[in-house]
Write a protein that binds this ligand. Structure first.
Ligand code: SAM
Ligand code: SF4
Length: 341
């Protein structure tokens, strides 16, 4: 069922399962200055520039969703902050914050550009950022990201905190790689008043490693953590898929994103658009709708809105991620950097 009529709060997008879609994640580029080994192959082929939406097209697309009741917008990638002109896009989109149409404009970033951009982002109304950091050990960080610069990311985190931006750190749990660092990461984050979210690896895209060897179920991580920390369930919600636990010793929180061990689809409120304007109604399904053609076909948004509403009417109930020896191939062929995390 699609409802694009006016509600008390303006138009809204409701999917066939009655879920209100009010959260859009937009991958503004498939390119990245890192090559995290669980995310990308080292030798990645990126999309030709002509296929990528311009900044103006991205603005129009995001604004169409905002018009349809999207209240939260997350820019991601690839690495969103390496997209040329990204601050211009953010500056333009921030008008929806000023009008109150958008509750939040936020980013997921690897932190490499934060040192030079944190003040600008704060001035443009970005209040919360997720930074991905899988290790606090420089050698290990280098091995995981392949091309990353540890000190730049650490400085970037400090710069964003100094600019008054609330940070959450995302750490992908990687069996045999960073599974001895959860305690250090909790201390590092909570000392700086940052939440930490631990994520299960998802079977997205071909990489140079065996995903099953890397996979670490978060139930196991929680058991490990409860030996050192007093954890209790927290009702905290950010509009994303994480469930939170409070840590008595630090007063901070840990989020757990468990697409494999605990499917969280029943409360899904989001859809994703790639930098070529392809709308994926679910991160874990192949079904998609092209929004670039209607965007480029006319200056009016009528066609675009029609496609968006039609797509929401096809949003599936959930993903079918599975990871075991029998299914030791990506469930989904595209990389996380295409659809955005
Ligand atoms: N480059 C930015 C960054 O790293 O934050 C934004 C894009 S990245 C694809 C978004 C998030 O997805 C990151 O936190 C990253 O660790 C996570 N990620 C990438 N591939 C993943 C996978 N296969 N399973 C789980 N998380 C993954
Ligand atoms: Fe780049 Fe983010 Fe993927 Fe790492 S996780 S390769 S930083 S897109």
């Amino acid at each position: 069922m699609t409802f694009d009529g006016e509600t008390q709060n303006g138009p809204s997008l409701i999917d066939p399962f009655g879920r209100q879609i009010n959260y859009l994640r937009v991958s503004v580029t498939d390119r990245c200055d890192f090559r995290c080994f669980y995310c990308m192959a080292e030798d990645m082929h990126f999309l030709p520039k002509k296929d990528i939406l311009s900044l103006e097209e991205l603005d129009r697309l995001c604004s169409a969703f905002v018009h349809q009741g999207v209240r939260r917008l997350r820019l991601t990638g690839g690495e969103p902050l390496v997209r040329k002109g990204i601050l211009t896009l953010i500056s333009s989109l921030s008008r929806h914050i000023e009008t109150g149409a958008l509750e939040e404009l936020t980013l997921t970033t690897n932190g490499s550009q934060l040192k030079r951009m944190a003040d600008d982002l704060a001035n443009l109304g970005v209040k919360r950022i997720n930074v991905s950091l899988d290790s606090l050990k420089e050698d290990r960080f280098n091995a995981i990201t392949r091309w990353g610069k540890f000190s730049l990311v650490m400085d970037g985190i400090e710069a964003a905190l100094a600019a008054g931006i609330k940070l959450k750190l995302n750490m992908v749990a990687l069996n045999g790689v960073n599974d001895d660092e959860f305690d250090d990461m909790i201390r590092y984050c909570h000392e700086r008043d940052m939440d930490l979210t631990i994520i299960e690896t998802m079977p997205l895209g071909e990489i140079d490693h065996d995903r099953l060897d890397l996979y670490l179920p978060l139930d196991q991580v929680k058991r490990q953590l409860s030996q050192s920390w007093t954890l209790s369930p927290s009702r905290h919600k950010t509009g994303g898929p994480a469930t939170y636990m409070s840590v008595a010793e630090t007063g901070g929180r840990i989020g757990f994103i468990t697409p494999l061990t605990h499917n969280f689809c029943e409360s899904c409120n989001r859809v994703r658009v790639t930098c070529t304007g392809t709308l994926y109604m679910c991160l874990g399904q192949e079904d998609a709708v092209d929004l670039r053609a209607p965007l480029r076909a006319s200056e009016s948004d009528d066609l675009l809105l029609q496609e968006i509403c039609g797509a929401i009417a096809r949003k599936p109930l959930g993903h079918d991620f599975i990871i075991d020896r029998e299914h030791n191939r990506p469930s989904i062929g595209r990389h996380m950097s295409v659809t955005g995390g």
